[in-house]
Each structure stands twice: as C-alpha cells, then as structure tokens.
Design a protein around this ligand. Structure first.
Ligand code: IMP
Length: 181
C-alpha cells in the first residue's frame, strides 16, 4: 500500500486510481441520464474540484451538450473549517434560466454548498444540483447541501489527493489518501 507523509501526518492510500475511475463512471452515467434533454452548466469549485471535474465531464455521454465555468471560494485553513465563505473568484457566467450542476471535490459540513446554492438560486438558476467525488455524511450540518451525485462516502477522516489538498499541497496525487492517527 502506498503512503505519504505531509506536515507531520501519515497518510495511506484509500481509493486507488482504478476505484476512483469506477466512481467517476457511475456519477457520469447518472448525470448523463438525468440531463439527457437539458444543457447543463457545470460550476466547478476551485481549486479542489478541477481534477474530478476534468474526469467527470469527459466521462459524460457524448450526446450531452454542456458548458463549464469556475468559482473559487475559501473556508478552510489546514484541517479546520473557519466557517466563513469568501468568494475569491466570482462567477463569470450567466446562470439565469440554467440547469446548474455544482462540481465539488468533497462535501464536509456542507457550508460551501449551502452558501453556493443560495447564491446560484439568487442569480436565477432554474435548478441547482451537486456532484461531489467524496461526501462525509456524518459531518453534514446543512440538509439542503446533501449532494445529489456522490462518487464515494467517507466517515470523518481527513483525506488528500485527486484534487484534495493539505494547505495547498498534494492535489496532484492520483489516488486518495486517508490520514492515520
Ligand atoms: P464544507 O463547506 O464544510 O462542506 O467543506 C468543503 C471544503 O472543505 C472542500 O471543498 C475542501 O476544500 C475542504 N475539505 C473538507 N474536508 C476535507 C478533507 O478531508 N481533505 C481536504 N479538504 C477537505
């Protein structure tokens, strides 16, 4: 099993690239079915979701006509949430009358998705759903942030890799690694 040390913590490989690819296919399959007759706008949450989003949009059925745009928010420092969401890169695209799918790397407390959904609805989106690679159901604090499409559920552990970072590092890992106590 592969392992990584980062800032005094030991991480062990949890989801291999092959397992991740299966999860991505499963999510892409469901989105392709649900958006068959629509033109979804994917709102990709930077920085973490760019890896998952790149794989996900290419795994969609080729008949899906979609667009992508980016938003950057920040609520985390190290392994602790600050509870304050800041819009660092605001939305560049008109979302009015669009079927929006937010793409996230991980839904933890749900604060990010809760606030983003309110923001997108306020801008007139027809519908707002969420696709996330990982979901920590035990930590969810905002019921309206429960994701519609989930690659894999995880309990409360901290993870890195496949877009997920520890203070900005380790997003490039091709697998997802779990912290070991
Ligand atoms: P939420 O707003 O509490 O749902 O947190 C969502 C954001 O927290 C994600 O987009 C990540 O940036 C970050 N996050 C939450 N858990 C982890 C983790 O285990 N590893 C890395 N980042 C995480």
């Amino acid at each position: 099993m592969r392992s990584i040390d980062e800032q005094g913590y030991h991480f062990e490989e949890w989801l291999t690239p092959e397992q991740i690819a299966k999860d991505v296919q499963q999510v892409a399959h469901r989105i392709s079915a649900d958006y068959k007759d629509k033109e979804p706008l994917f709102v990709i949450v930077l920085n973490g979701a760019f890896v998952f989003a790149a794989d996900l949009i290419r795994a969609l059925d080729p008949s899906i006509r979609c667009e992508e745009t980016f938003i950057r928010v920040s609520s985390y420092y190290g392994m602790q949430t600050t509870g304050q969401l800041q819009f660092i890169v605001p939305l560049q695209q008109v979302v009015e009358n669009r079927d929006v799918v937010i793409i996230e790397d991980i839904v933890d407390t749900g604060l990010t998705i809760h606030q983003l959904k309110a923001h997108l609805r306020g801008l007139g989106a027809t519908s707002v759903k969420t696709a996330t690679m990982l979901f920590k159901p035990e930590k969810l604090e905002y019921e309206d942030a429960r994701p519609d499409y989930v690659g894999h559920e995880i309990s409360e552990e901290f993870v890195i890799g496949y877009g997920l970072d520890f203070d900005g590092f380790r997003r490039n890992l091709d697998a997802i690694y779990k912290v070991k106590e």
